[in-house]
Design a protein around this ligand. Sequence first.
Ligand code: GLC
Length: 417
Amino acid sequence: MHRHELLCSVRRRAPAAVCVALVCAMLAGFACAGRRSEKAGDATAIIFKHAKHPRYAYLGKLIEQFEQENPGIRVREEVLPASTDEQHQFYVMNLAARSPDFDVLDMDVIWIQEFARAGWISELTPYVPAKELSRLNRAALQADWQNEKLYAVPWFVDGGVLYYRKDLLGKYGLSPPKTFPELVKIARTILNGEADPRLLGFVWQGMQYEGLVCAALEMIRGNGGDVLRKNGELALTDTATLEALHFMSDLVRRDGVTPPLVTTLNEEAARHIFQSGRAIFMRNWPYAWNLLNKPNSPMAGRAGLTAIPHFAGHASAPTLGGFHLGVNAFSPHQEQAREFVRFMIRENVQKQNFLNVGVLPAHADVYQDPEVKRAFPFPPELLNILEQVQPRPVTPYYLMISQILQPELSAVVAGVR
Ligand code: GLC
């Protein structure tokens, strides 16, 4: 796609973002306020909203522990769709209508500035001691402050990583790629050598949603480009960014390394393909490692994990992701909700979650824990990868930026001009 075509289509589509916001605001008007009785015996029931995702597989156990320690509080999980975009839509509709129907929110790192500015989440500054805060991941915490007030705390962090077929690369005597062109070359060699029509080269999140923004940003920043310039203008037509977008499009159309079905892939769909042995490379978040290596997984012991590639002369630029906890400003159970949030950022809680599910704790001390060091469920290079994570723009308007980017990036992947 050429510079002026990209630019025109950005301008054409910008009003769509405004329409989406308007429709959300209208729908929000219909969301109902008022809350049913929340007593469970003598205890107060609080509602924790979170995504439907394998990352929450151990949450039930943690909640049991919390309830044992806090007999006056019961926690009920209420599940939202898997995609971050749909979860965001739910929150916007309900919080704009000042819904008191849930207490603790599990928020993607990219929403916190928006929710804080709208007055939808309660300030937590007085309730999280500086000592506790100082142990949490610094890059992630940046998203939680606004005007020197704290509105959320990270409980797990994400950084994009590259998974590869250790067995297949080994068979061809190849090392994992450092650059994207190397990845293409390796994938072509193995695809030609294996001559298996079911085997795919490189799968990633190519569906039109937030996951695509994360994956595209890694190619763009790995070429020295970005999506926003320092002055806040869109940088989609800057040379380094355009080059990366061409590469992304060529993966599908010229190199045949990424299948056209990438336009339907989110994290879990990509994982299922890779886990069933049908792809050589996959871009995903760290949670997939634990699932790939489960004893009954066809990929157990056969996958490797390495840094997201970059382009020559540049560095790997994994996108920072992760989820943070906050309290609904309209909840009638502020104190109980805060108790639960503080419980979830405790070192021991995060340690158990890490050892059982493999999502990366926000608590820095977990990585130093002797038991964790012994049982560290990841290849050691993961820690270096985490040092390099780069946040998406930290602004209350991030979702508008993303809504403009998503159709642009999707058009590049789908080859629509
Ligand atoms: C993961 C990340 C989140 C990101 C999302 C995109 O859930 O933790 O930050 O926005 O993927 O799909």
